[in-house]
Design a protein around this ligand. Structure first.
Ligand SMILES: Cc1ncc(COP(=O)(O)O)c(C=O)c1O
Length: 351
């Protein structure tokens, strides 16, 4: 065609997870929260006035910033509101990377990072996530280093102190992607106090059940946030999202009980899958990564899909023959485990 920049012509783009139309299927493939958002979120959306929609929204989400800052023990000027966590990843790529300024992260990790790098026309440096990968990232010393913690899709957690050591060693920015921190038991917000090169990413899609709303935020020193504001779209978060996300983050009792239910269910699901012979490491996220004993992950994935149960299948370097399964409600997980029992017993695959 020739209309596009060369790097756009060459790349294939990010492939979003499958979103089935029917609500009656069991959807455990894109790490959504199985429970609805707080009733206070729905109330806040109902109360939006026509006048709020007629006007442009707050450019910096100034209603949300103090609510998040108060919870995290930082200043409102340290919060950057974004259109989902993905928007922050995109803003950081545009702010810190170009043809001469590469991005570094250890693989396997979130598959959007290389796509954003391709869009920006910057090189990526991707050491394997084995051995002392954090030290390798320190030695690479890229202008933008991204660490996903807990990591997707491997579900493991890197000690925050280790990330502090990495931040100390880098001349560039360390972006810590904490999309799943709500389920991890620890987080890196305290690093922002001591390191002027750390940005922590948060998402409202997982712990707060707002994947459809599109709201996330970054936490960093005020001067870094100010610089990122130059790069973001003028009105990157809309009026409805600001009101709903603020109501969500202020309803901590609802959030905490929701997260506890998912963590308890994560434990039950992990144990049930292990009893079926699947290899499932302990997860610090709202999903588990299972390796199938006979190397038949694809067949199992397809047999589950035939039963209207959707999980995510991987066959990538470092992720050979793996199924990523979002923690659902107790009923959804029971149905999944029952179906797996049948499939593993040979009733439903070609094996
Ligand atoms: C590792 C990671 N980071 C960031 C995001 C972005 O989340 P959102 O844009 O929904 O806030 C996701 C979403 O799945 C993710 O898995």
């Amino acid at each position: 065609m020739g209309y596009f920049r060369e790097n756009i012509e060459r790349m294939s783009g990010y492939v979003p997870g499958f979103q089935p139309k029917s609500a009656s299927v069991i959807k455990l493939n894109t790490n959504e929260n199985p429970y609805p958002p707080s009733p206070k979120v729905m109330e806040a959306i109902r109360r939006i006035s026509p006048e709020r929609l007629r006007r442009y929204p707050e450019p910096l989400g100034d209603t949300f910033r103090p609510a998040a800052a108060g919870l995290l023990g930082v200043e409102p000027a340290q919060i950057l509101c974004t259109n989902g966590g993905d928007d922050l990843l995109s803003i950081c790529t545009r702010a810190f990377c170009d043809g001469r300024r590469p991005m570094a992260y250890a693989q396997p990790t979130y598959s959007l990072y290389p796509v954003l790098a391709q869009l920006q026309g910057c090189r990526t440096i991707e050491p394997a996530r084995t051995g002392n990968w954090a030290k390798e990232l320190a030695e690479i010393n890229a202008p933008l280093t991204i660490v996903c913690n807990p990591n997707a899709p491997t579900t493991d957690f890197t000690a925050v102190e280790e990330l502090g050591t990495l931040a100390e060693a880098l001349d560039g920015v360390l972006l810590i992607d904490e999309a799943y921190a709500d389920f991890a038991g620890d987080n890196a917000i305290r690093l922002v106090r001591d390191h002027d090169n750390v940005i922590v990413l948060r998402s409202m899609s997982k712990g707060y059940s707002l994947a459809g709303l599109r709201f996330g935020y970054g936490v960093a020193r005020p001067d870094l946030i100010e610089g990122l504001c130059k790069v973001k779209d003028s009105y990157n978060v809309d009026a409805v999202a600001i009101a709903a996300a603020t109501a969500a983050i202020l309803d901590q009792p609802y959030f905490l009980s929701n997260v506890e239910m998912i963590k308890a269910e994560r434990q039950r699901l992990t144990e049930s899958l292990r009893l079926l012979g699947l290899d499932v490491p302990d997860s610090r996220t709202n999903f588990v990564l299972a390796r199938c004993p006979s190397g038949s992950a694809k067949e199992i994935y397809e047999a589950l899909a035939q039963r209207d149960i959707y999980v995510r299948y991987f066959d990538l370097p470092g992720l050979e023959d793996k199924l990523r399964i979002t923690v659902g409600t107790p009923e959804q997980n029971k149905t999944l485990v029952k179906a797996l029992q049948k499939i593993v017993a040979g009733e439903g695959t070609n094996s």
